[in-house]
Write a new protein. Structure first.
Length: 238
């Protein structure tokens, strides 16, 4: 778990090598290159992938978390004001929005690319779901209609392995976050898994994330969270 504060308002603005003339009786050196095809998902691909992932429910999925204790603790630490605007990007079916409602927070928005995931969260909350703003959108294509005091991301950033996608993520973050607001990021640590839900991930240290976000951010807190999967596949480091 990594908590950052924005310290000022962000203004978003082969050719082949020449042959060296080997003699006929010399051995040629061959280089064996093994490549892995890490497919980058587009927005439509992402929606289809995650709708399928959540179609059978989420309680046995590797990312499932019964109670979002660390996220709730981090938010309560940096924003005691219950009227502060909080955005949970990639919130999916997470119970965080319900936990925040129970803690007295009133201005909550959950964004996710998967309509199926959001429907799970809404069904669990019942009528209380009407007190939350739900947005089905691809984060990289979404343009924030307002500013938020807290940007919370548990396990979204690490799915953007392409450098351009990561830059787009940061641009959206800068557009969405209010001056002197907070970004709370939970991303796979350097010792974490290399894949999740069949997709490659980009593992990061706190320094990596701080460098990605830019000089307008400063570190408030950094901690390690060990997540144990429901199927006991082993712990994952955030």
């Amino acid at each position: 778990m990594f908590v950052l504060r924005i310290t000022s308002r962000a203004e978003v603005a082969g050719s082949r090598s020449k042959q060296q003339g080997l003699a006929e009786n010399r051995l040629a050196t061959l280089r064996l290159l093994i490549l892995r095809y890490d497919r980058i998902l587009t927005g439509m691909d992402r929606a289809a992938h995650w709708d399928a992932a959540f179609a059978g429910g989420d309680e046995q999925r590797s990312w499932y978390q019964g109670r979002p204790s660390e996220s709730l603790r981090a938010i309560e630490r940096v924003v005691p004001d219950r009227d502060a605007a909080i955005l949970d990007v990639g919130g999916g079916s997470s119970g965080l929005s319900g936990a925040l409602l129970a803690a007295g927070y009133r201005d909550l928005t959950v964004l996710d690319v998967s309509k199926t995931a959001l429907s799970l969260a809404q069904s669990r909350l019942g009528k209380s779901a009407d007190r939350i703003t739900w947005i089905t959108a691809d984060l990289l294509a979404w343009r924030p209609p307002r500013r938020y005091f807290v940007w919370h991301d548990r396990a979204v950033l690490h799915f953007f392995v392409d450098a351009d996608d990561r830059r787009d993520y940061v641009q959206t973050l800068h557009e969405a976050l209010a001056p002197r607001g907070y970004a709370i990021i939970a991303s796979f640590a350097p010792t974490g898994p290399e894949q999740c839900s069949g997709l490659p991930v980009h593992r990061s240290s706190p320094r990596d994330i701080l460098e990605l976000f830019g000089s307008e951010f400063s570190t408030v807190e950094s901690s390690v969270e060990i997540h144990t999967t429901p199927s006991n596949m082993g712990p994952s480091s955030f």
